[in-house]
Design a binder for this molecule. Structure first.
Ligand code: ARG
Length: 458
């Protein structure tokens, strides 16, 4: 079909080239932002007397009609259009005649697409943030439930010290809280620069009102350099960086869910609705959803790397390469939302196996630090206490015993400082309860963490 930009050239391009060039397949999802942007633009043009008042009204009514019809399904996208911007303008001109051709005064698709994308992504952030909050809420309520459930805490995936399951879950709540706040920062920066009015690259000779138009569209400021406004996509990169960090957190958590639900650990059971069976091994209950979240993390990192790479050698200002921004950032946003929507009910329905956790906590000498601390309390320097505690662990290992049941007489052969009260100090419940330092694993501390996170959620 003949192009809207036909003029210098005939506008006749090869069909394969057309398909290659076109972005309507993926940018049609920004129709709402595109139309709202155009309505604000028409209003600004009329306000400034760049077009007639009546013309402004006609444009706005036409655009509102298109928006309503797209939303009701009465109007379908014309996939032969090059992009969403061309489609809306073509449809407008079909509906209201030549006045439609006035809309594109004092703007270009270069500033238009930069505007649409910012508006679209801030709306998406508005959906991702509450999804993160729901997951945080699920974590808080599960943590409250398991605030006294003892499990081994690990370093190097070796049993290290006793903690509660609630404490472990709250670690993820803290990470996700920062993820939410990072997105808020990103959104504020995205909103801090309206590109509309930068036009093709150099601004315009018309007496436009960029600030008024930006304010109408909910921006707090405008891009102060027109070349920058049409050519940078750092807001996409920033969002994808934030989403990559979020996915990294979800992936680590998924990895733990996968480990914990294995027969080797059996710490948790995932709800059946979020696991699958094997087609040939009847005994299996596979944590597919957690694995997919872990797997999709690579995909979101890939989206970020793809756009970073696309942009790295581009001269100012707009280059068609930049059309590649959308598929990457849309994919990242869609993927993150899906992962959050699956993760939240999976966590809400997960069951912990407190007995198994306790058993594992008892088996790994994870109270050895507390045994050393006991001697320190009685006056021994930590380094010497550490050595004795280590020797006692070695003795237990040789003789197939645990610290809790080793007789006091044996303890006495290592140090006179040992008394009957050592058994209370190395009891796992005491070990957890003694960790009262702020942010530690004691029940009171976990409760304080939950209260803090809930307050942050508002
Ligand atoms: N579809 C284009 C994109 O996504 C819109 C901007 C086109 N501008 C241009 N000068 N060809 O980037």
């Amino acid at each position: 079909m003949a192009k809207m930009w036909a003029g210098r050239t005939s506008g006749e391009t090869d069909r394969i080239a057309d398909d290659f060039n076109s972005s309507i397949r993926f940018d049609s999802r920004m129709y709402r932002q595109d139309i709202l942007g155009s309505i604000a633009h028409a209003a600004m043009l009329a306000r400034r007397g760049i077009i007639g008042e009546g013309e402004g009204e006609t444009l706005i009514a036409g655009l509102q009609g298109i928006l309503a019809d797209l939303e009701s399904g009465a109007l379908a996208f014309d996939m032969s259009c090059e992009d969403i911007h061309m489609f809306v303008e073509q449809e407008l001109t079909n509906r209201i005649g030549d006045t439609g051709k006035r809309l594109h005064t004092a703007r270009s698709r270069n500033d238009q697409v930069a505007l649409d994308l910012r508006m679209y992504l801030r709306d998406e952030i508005g959906e991702i943030q509450p999804a993160i909050c729901s997951l945080i809420e699920a974590l808080c309520s599960r943590a409250a439930e398991y605030r006294a459930t003892i499990m081994p805490g690990y370093t190097h995936l070796q049993r290290a010290q006793p903690i509660t399951f609630g404490h472990h879950l709250m670690a993820y709540a803290m990470m996700l809280l920062r993820d939410r706040d990072r997105l808020a920062d990103c959104c504020a920066r995205m909103n801090g620069g309206s590109p509309i009015g930068c036009c093709a690259l150099a601004g315009t000779t018309y007496d436009t009102d960029r600030r008024g138009e930006a304010a109408d569209l909910g921006f707090s400021d405008i891009c102060r350099n027109s070349l920058d406004g049409v050519s940078d996509r750092d807001f996409c990169l920033e969002l994808m960086s934030d989403l990559s960090i979020l996915m990294m957190h979800l992936s680590r958590f998924s990895e733990e869910l996968i480990l914990w639900s294995s027969w080797e650990f059996k710490f948790i059971e995932l709800p059946e609705a979020y696991t699958t069976g094997s087609s040939i091994m009847p005994q299996k209950k596979n944590p597919d959803m957690a694995e997919l979240i872990r797997g999709k993390t690579g995909r979101v990192y890939g989206d970020l790397m793809a756009l970073l790479t696309t942009l790295k050698g581009l001269p100012l200002a707009y280059n068609k390469d930049m059309q590649e921004d959308k598929e990457a950032v849309f994919d990242a946003v869609d993927t993150v939302k899906m992962c959050l929507f699956v993760m939240t009910p999976m966590i809400a329905g997960m069951k912990a196996n407190a007995d198994r956790m306790k058993q594992a906590a008892q088996g790994g000498f994870i109270n050895a630090t507390d045994l050393a601390d006991y001697l320190v309390k009685k006056g021994m320097p930590f380094r010497s206490a550490y050595k004795i505690s280590g020797e006692l662990v070695a003795l237990c290992l040789r003789e197939g015993k645990v610290l809790e049941t080793l007789p006091l007489a044996t303890y006495k052969t290592f140090s006179d400082l040992f008394e009957e009260d050592l058994y209370t100090d190395i009891d796992l419940t005491t070990c957890v309860e003694k960790r009262i330092s702020e942010g530690g694993t004691s029940i009171a501390s976990v409760d304080a963490q939950i209260a803090y996170v809930k307050e942050q959620l508002g």
